[in-house]
Design a binder for this molecule. Structure first.
Ligand SMILES: O=C(O)CCC(=O)C(=O)O
Ligand SMILES: [Fe+2]
Length: 216
């Protein structure tokens, strides 16, 4: 069985011009500004606008206001999506088959995604359901497609780091530690948009192939 543990991804990122390591000993995290240009951001925003549904969460916790945004599945068959998806895999140094399909997220004014981690609780009720085929999430890659007029930053409170949305800015982090245990220091909050609309794309990589093959 082919495995991708994400341990080589930092090396890949360090070799990428423009990738900046976020200075913290608690997790592996990088920022790449201007990863996407304005035209790509605009095209992805239009796709999200055209086809969105209420976001869901795994391990539901009973708080109906926990994640109030909308989500859009972005098909690899759409040329801009396939191109961006392939660039994300290349940047991560992880073959595309380990990636979940790319998603778009849209936050209207007042919407947010409260503090959470992207990994699945290893002993949580939903671990089997979400991870039996493809395994745990390894790395998260997220790209802001715009900057809302106010609010909408991503706050990592354990490491006291707040990332401001900027068009085309990529942030990525390893959800696990070098010993492959899940890393609670990755806790993050997609903060409320105060004015305007916020758009991001998110890409999660898994330990094992997701079970789809890109057609291109
Ligand atoms: O929108 C954000 O700033 C964070 C999004 C996020 O954490 C997620 O989709 O898992
Ligand atoms: Fe998240």
């Amino acid at each position: 069985m082919e495995i991708s543990d994400g341990r080589r991804t930092s090396e890949h990122l360090l070799a990428h011009p423009g990738a900046q390591r976020v200075p913290t000993p608690r997790l592996e995290m990088f920022i790449v500004r201007n990863f996407l240009d304005q035209a790509a951001c605009a095209e992805l925003i239009a796709l999200i606008e055209a086809d969105r549904r209420p976001s869901t969460i795994a391990d539901a916790n009973g708080d109906a206001y926990f994640r109030t945004s909308e989500t859009c599945d972005l098909s690899h068959d759409i040329p801009i999506v396939g191109a961006v998806d392939d660039r994300l895999s290349a940047l991560a140094g992880i073959p595309t088959q380990f990636g979940e399909p790319l998603q778009g997220q849209r936050y209207a004014e007042g919407q947010e995604f409260k503090s959470h981690t992207d990994y699945f609780e290893p002993h949580g009720a939903d671990y089997e359901r979400y991870c039996s085929v493809a395994g745990q999430r390894t790395w998260t890659f997220m790209v802001y497609l715009n900057a809302p007029e106010a609010g909408g930053a991503t706050r990592f409170k354990v490491i006291d780091k707040t990332i401001q949305p900027e068009p085309g800015k990529l942030v990525c982090w390893n959800n696990r530690r070098p010993d492959l245990s899940v890393n609670p220091a990755t806790l993050h909050h997609g903060m409320k948009v105060r004015r305007g609309v916020k758009y991001v794309i998110t890409k999660w990589f898994r330990e094992r192939p997701w079970g789809w093959e890109p057609t291109a």
